[in-house]
Design a protein around this ligand. Structure first.
Ligand code: DOR
Ligand code: ZN
Length: 410
């Protein structure tokens, strides 16, 4: 049994909380707030193929120390997760890495939709959390931007009652805009190519397909007012659409290129400052359903290259919760919102059963993000040097207590 003495609920009530366990621990939790073990529904842990950037040994510790006891991993690995066999092989690799890490994270895997492998969808339907469609190019070689394939994929997903998660950026528009800025070495160009309109156009197409085929659609990493308006309207019409945003779209913007340069390059791109306000408002009014870190590590060296050479993506699984708790301390959102965005709404959308995992957060703890303290293998964060207020200090995952302050298993 694990007993958390004098722990606080989100609403401030103080009580003792017991968790079934083979271990015996009595923790003085005075001043700490109890939250569910959080779910990160959007990570790229790079296994197989890019394990020099990240693997599940480093990433499982990074996730747990970030307050997440469950993650959903993306299929744009090398090779990509586009067949039943590859899904099985990926699971075996992950299992062995989790054994080695000592942090047995709960996880689920996305299945990448690829027009050459439509017949695999039926085979994996019991083994995948959702389908992922890249409507625009990003890291890896997964892309499905032709109309007939998109129609077929949405129809199939509906027939098998699978959730479709989309990376919504319009590839034709990206190509067109890329031509305009050919040869530019300025990182700001990235946001001029991948504009709000690029994101809106693909989101609208996905919504139309969801309506046509009655498919459950979740639009990932929504970054702009344009997408929000489109999704709000679709929800009003009763179309089965939900959406996610990310910490970097909430907390960074196009000004960030000045200081972060290539580290700020991400797909969908960072948007102008005014979009951040819309995203916070859309959290408040319930248009945004979930938050995913979109933890997409690349090495410091890769990100230090010139624009055009740098890969898109940034790590985030360790900083998501402290960023959100800091925003809560500034009254930009409530702790309730964090639980909804990072746990309960994810369970509803992805149809995931709840579990007993919990975390304890110290809402008063201030700590500066420091590359040397990070667990991610890539060893950097766009927030390094930023002081954040509110950090997870304990986690109970699968009945085992972890002391996150000491970086140790209890
Ligand atoms: O910036 C991104 N990086 N966006 C994606 O869609 C993929 C990700 C990655 O895997 O690096
Ligand atoms: Zn992603």
């Amino acid at each position: 049994m694990i007993i958390l003495k004098n722990v606080s609920s989100i609403t401030g009530e103080v009580f003792d909380y017991e968790i079934a366990s083979d271990e015996t621990h009595i923790i003085d939790a005075k001043g700490l707030t109890l939250l569910p073990g959080l779910i990160d529904p959007h990570v790229h842990f790079r296994t197989p193929g890019h394990q020099y950037k990240e693997n599940w040994i480093s990433a499982s510790k990074a996730a747990l120390f970030g307050g997440f006891t469950t993650v959903f991993d993306m299929p744009n690995t090398n090779p990509a997760t586009v067949t039943c066999q590859r899904l099985k092989e990926k699971k075996e690799l992950i299992e062995s890495q989790l054994k080695e890490s000592g942090f047995p994270l709960r996880y689920h895997l996305y299945f990448g939709v690829d027009k050459k492998h439509f017949d695999e969808i039926e085979k994996v339907k019991k083994h995948t959390i959702a389908l992922k469609i890249f409507m625009g190019t990003s890291t890896g070689d997964l892309l499905m931007d032709d109309d007939s394939s998109l129609h077929a994929a949405f129809a199939l997903a509906s027939a098998h009652d699978l959730l479709v998660c989309v990376h919504a950026e319009d590839e034709a528009m990206i190509e067109e805009n890329t031509k305009k800025y050919l040869g530019s070495k300025d990182f700001k160009t990235h946001s001029m190519i991948r504009t709000p309109e690029v994101a809106r156009s693909a989101a609208k197409q996905a919504i139309d397909l969801a309506q046509l085929y009655n498919t459950r659609l979740h639009i990932l990493h929504v970054s702009s007012k344009e997408e929000i308006d489109c999704i709000r309207e679709a929800k009003k019409k009763g179309i089965q659409v939900t959406c996610e945003t990310t910490p970097h779209h909430l907390f960074l913007n196009t000004d960030s290129y000045e200081t972060l340069k290539g580290q700020a390059q991400v797909n969908p791109s960072l948007k102008e400052k005014q979009h951040q306000k819309y995203l916070f408002e859309a959290i408040k009014d319930g248009v945004i359903d979930t938050i995913g870190s979109d933890h997409a590590p690349h090495t410091k060296e890769e990100k230090a290259q010139e624009y055009g050479e740098t890969p898109s993506g940034m790590p985030g699984v360790e900083t998501t919760l402290p960023l959100l708790l800091t925003a809560a301390s500034e009254n930009k959102l409530n702790i309730d919102d964090i639980v909804r965005l990072c746990s309960t709404r994810i369970q509803e959308i992805y149809r995931l059963a709840p579990n007993d995992d919990v975390i304890l957060v110290d809402l008063e703890m201030k700590k500066t993000v420091d590359d040397s303290h990070l667990n991610t293998k890539c060893g950097w964060s766009p927030y390094s040097g930023t002081q954040l207020k509110g950090w997870p200090v304990y986690a109970v995952m699968k009945g085992v207590l972890y002391n996150l302050r000491e970086g140790a298993i209890c």
